[in-house]
Ligand binder design. Structure first.
Ligand code: 5GP
Length: 205
């Protein structure tokens, strides 16, 4: 997705060789117009799949999931990471190790919003080791529902998430795939010829 690639190159910051910071348009401030385009692209990519619901994980998965839900005209559910007094219904929960926070948290979805007839599209902002997506897939399958596919905004292709998800039999569509993060440069898988193209703000600790 050209627009997203340009944004990553212009504003993405490689914090180190493993982590990309995109706080200016995804993880803190949100570029709403870009999110709208992301929603359109996921809707186009998964147009041939039966999708009855979208599932993501709070908080940064919510904007792309919401825009996709709007385009596909299906409800959007986000798995909660924190207990709340308002979560009174039966919960389906799963332990997920967070790549960026480096803690394991229990993520939960109310049983009320998923049923065995559902075909659920998983959407998330990043794919690293695949823990978040696999946790969401387990939640979906635990009620007898089907995973319709997995849509990822930014995949770090040098990490094992994609291979794990494909091995598990899921269709994975990533809007951009990063081959390498290094000091001052972000390289995409599809654009080997762009190798060496640097992000203006890329930095490495
Ligand atoms: P995984 O579960 O695939 O190991 O990691 C995906 C989750 O970790 C995403 O939900 C995202 O929140 C976070 N994440 C993983 N890698 C990065 C990264 O390089 N940058 C940011 N901002 N978040 C990441």
């Amino acid at each position: 997705m050209k627009l997203l690639k340009e944004k990553v190159l212009q504003e993405g910051i490689a914090l180190n060789e493993q982590v990309l910071k995109v706080d200016s348009f995804i993880n803190h401030q949100i570029d709403a117009k870009l999110m709208k385009e992301i929603g359109l692209e996921f809707a186009r990519l998964f147009a041939n799949e039966k999708v009855t619901k979208i599932l993501t994980i709070e908080s940064s998965g919510i904007p792309p999931a919401l825009m996709t839900g709007l385009e596909m005209d299906v409800p959007v559910i986000f798995a909660k990471k924190h207990k709340s007094l308002t979560l009174t219904e039966e919960l389906i929960s799963q332990e997920v190790y967070s790549f960026t926070k480096q803690v394991t948290s229990n993520v939960a979805v109310s049983r009320k919003y998923l049923n065995s007839e559902d075909h659920v599209l998983i959407i998330d902002d990043f794919l690293a080791n695949g823990e978040a997506a696999l946790g969401l897939a387990k939640i979906i399958e635990s009620v007898g529902a089907k995973v319709a596919g997995i849509g990822i905004v930014i995949e770090k292709a040098f990490q094992p998430g994609n291979a794990k998800l494909q091995e598990a039999g899921y269709r994975v569509e990533s809007l951009v795939r990063i081959k390498q993060l290094a000091k001052g440069s972000i390289t995409f898988v599809e654009d080997e010829e762009e190798q060496g193209q640097t992000s203006s703000k890329g930095e490495l600790n």
